[in-house]
Design a protein around this ligand. Structure first.
Ligand code: PLP
Length: 668
């Protein structure tokens, strides 16, 4: 279990159960009354004809995270005797799933939880979801044109509590003009460009060279302009966002100090300030290292809430300004855990012992006149009389000599000379390639040279088994790792892992009480060499390039899961190689303690309902996005097939098989 550090990144939602399967506790319970075995869920979905890859969503995890955030701020408020309340908004950009957003608004009714929009389409979604929620806030960020700003002001007339946040100076004139034209008083916020910078993946948003927000100079000009326009009473909010996944609490403290003083100064300049919006950035622990890397955080949610309030209290006391309502725009921290991407392994490059031959053995079996079995005494395995007919003169000279020396290295490598043997093997392999390019080595002999290289490398690594490998040999070890071919597209389902090398926890979902005997890398279904996972959470907290897995058993569907991918991934995924959106299933727990034993509850665990099934895109649907119309393609193929039948190239039955297969593929 420790191999994957699941306690570090998964608690309290994910754990390994006594069956050796990954289980989920959507309500975060400590007694397991809500526990569901993910393998059982996937089996149950497959019996309902829903194919992998699948995204399982657990909305209750989001609810639990929202409650936790609220509780942390409530605790800090009473600890410091803070005078105002905390009110969260969820950034729509983090996950646009309609049902998830509706759930968030519903879950958040008691604590006035709202939404943040970062673009015009997101604004339209947020307005429709927040209609009738008087107390929840709609924070309107992002690029704005006249229509955007008018929509915000009109939404206020509908009763939506929308605040337009100025990110660029030219938005100010548009807001003033729209307010006059529509005769609606806006609530205005300012996004400040803070000088604090953070160094994680998403740090580019921060610092005075960052893309977003107003400089100090611009902020002061906004105040002057609003004052001149007699609209300073509209300015009530200060916002900042210095980037997502902030790894270190010291950065948060520093940003809060700068923002708190800016807030107070705005109040002192006469704006009736009410809100401070501290943006997103609250991070999660992707590698379970508890702050040892930028994929992790060195603070808890409670530390975060405490430090946000502490900085505000300090500044407000010093400047004699009333404390603001605190808003946060946390997305990653609320929704990452709630979805699990599940896929299976389709095939492997691994030759399991006894079931399959090594490359060298295959050559020895199939080309007996070219290759001699390895001589255990270490003598040369080839001799000149055994050469194949049809080989070039050079092949019989330089090639034979090279291969015979290569065999000697294989047969004599041991713990005293493995480094030298490895150096020789590298050199001989390159020489074999050169001879091949000069036409002096047959294809079979070149394959033999490659197989010899591989066999030597395996022996070299074997001598080091269990010890720390030097860097060069570590790379060798990784390059020898078998590849497990997995049923998904990285570009579609986990684009950040490719684009910015973000680490996500990935692990098998079953057989976790069995030793894993193989270290594999994972390659996806696309024909792109970047379509792979080669960064995994290692047992010691470091990032490793191969993942411990089990040898595949005949007929087994080997499930694996990618965790913490509930934000940004699905929407940023691309249709590279025309892989469409995957099936998404919303699962709700039925804890046994609350509702008695339910039908599908097994082994004294909770039951579940598949609350919603959102079917993925078919091949035809994805093709349509690039103007290929399935019906037209079918019709063209039918005509071709008809012609082939007329000319006797296909029987009617063969033509039918072709058409039926084509149609099935389009619809899958
Ligand atoms: N607010 C703004 C303005 C953002 O740009 C983002 C995303 O980067 C967020 C909130 C959400 O941030 P996070 O996912 O780190 O909570």
């Amino acid at each position: 279990a420790n191999l994957y550090r699941i306690e570090g990144w998964g608690a309290p939602y994910f754990l390994i159960n006594s069956a050796g399967h990954v289980a989920v506790r959507p309500l975060g319970s400590s007694d397991g009354s809500d526990e569901l075995d993910i393998t059982e869920l996937v089996d149950a979905l497959r019996r309902r004809n829903l194919q992998l890859p699948i995204v399982l969503r657990f909305p209750e995890i989001v609810q639990h995270r929202m409650q936790q955030l609220q509780e942390c701020f409530d605790t800090a408020i009473s600890k410091y005797n803070y005078q105002r309340h905390f009110q969260g908004v969820f950034p729509v950009k983090c996950n646009h799933d309609r049902y998830l957003l509706e759930d968030i608004v519903k879950f958040g009714q008691d604590c006035k939880f709202g939404l943040e929009a970062g673009s015009k389409p997101e604004l339209l979604i947020a307005i429709s979801k927040l209609k009738g929620c008087d107390d929840a806030l709609l924070i309107c960020n992002g690029y704005k044109d006249r229509v955007y700003i008018q929509s915000v002001l009109l939404a206020r007339q509908l009763g939506v509590n929308a605040i337009v946040v100025l990110e660029k100076m030219d938005e100010l004139d548009m807001v003033i003009e729209a307010s006059r034209t529509l005769d609606v008083k806006p609530l205005i916020g300012i996004r400040a460009k803070l000088s604090v910078k953070h160094g994680g993946h998403w740090g580019e948003t921060s610092g005075d060279k960052g893309k977003f927000g107003l400089t100090v100079n611009e902020i002061v000009r906004v105040v002057y302009t609003l004052r001149e326009e007699h609209m300073l009473d509209c300015l009530q909010l200060l916002h900042f966002h210095i980037g997502s996944q902030i790894p270190s609490i010291s950065i948060i403290k520093e940003a809060m100090r700068e923002a708190s003083h800016t807030y107070c100064e705005l109040a002192l300049m006469g704006a009736p300030m009410q809100y401070i919006d501290v943006g997103g950035g609250l991070g999660i622990d992707y590698d379970g290292s508890k702050g040892q890397s930028t994929a992790s955080t060195n603070y808890s949610m409670q530390n975060y809430a405490n430090d946000v309030l502490a900085a505000l209290i300090d500044a407000c006391v010093l400047k004699g300004v009333a404390q603001p309502i605190v808003i946060s725009e946390s997305g990653r921290a609320l929704a990452s855990h709630h979805s699990v991407l599940i896929f299976d392994v389709l095939s492997t490059s691994h030759h399991s012992k006894g079931s399959s031959l090594t490359n060298l053995e295959v050559l020895a079996k199939n080309a007996p006149s070219c290759v001699k079995p390895i001589d255990s005494k270490g003598s040369s395995a080839l001799d000149a009389e055994n050469s194949c007919s049809g080989l070039t003169a050079g092949d019989q000279g330089a090639g034979e000599y090279l291969l015979s020396t290569f065999y000697q290295v294989l047969n004599t490598v041991d713990h005293t000379n493995f480094q030298e043997a490895y150096n020789d093997a590298k050199q001989f392999k390159l020489e074999a390639w050169s001879l091949f390019k000069l036409g002096c080595l047959s294809l079979e002999k070149r394959a033999e040279a490659d197989a010899l290289y591989e066999a030597i490398c395996h022996k070299v690594v074997e001598y080091f088994r269990g010890c720390d490998l030097p860097d060069e040999l570590q790379e060798l070890n990784n390059s020898l790792a078998p590849v497990y071919h997995i049923n998904l597209s990285v570009f579609r389902s986990a684009p950040d892992s490719w684009a910015i090398r973000q680490v996500f926890p990935i692990m098998p979902l079953q057989r976790l009480n069995e030793m894993s005997t193989i270290q594999a890398s994972l390659a996806d279904l696309t024909c792109d060499s970047d379509g792979k996972f080669d960064q995994f959470v290692g047992a010691n907290g470091d990032i490793v390039s191969v993942l411990p897995v089990h040898e595949l058993q005949k007929g087994e569907v080997y499930y694996m899961g990618l965790f913490l991918g509930g934000v940004y991934q699905e929407i940023m995924g691309s249709a590279h190689n025309l892989f469409g959106r995957t099936n998404v299933i919303h699962v709700r727990a039925k804890p046994i303690n609350n509702q008695g034993k339910v039908n599908n509850a097994q082994n004294n665990r909770g039951g579940y309902t598949f609350e919603r099934v959102i079917k993925g895109q078919t091949m035809e649907e994805v093709m349509r996005t690039v103007q290929h119309v399935g019906e037209d393609m079918m019709e063209e193929l039918r005509r071709e097939a008809e012609e082939a039948v007329s000319s006797g190239r296909l029987s009617i039955e063969e033509a039918q098989t072709l058409l039926v297969n084509y149609k099935c593929s389009l619809g899958s």
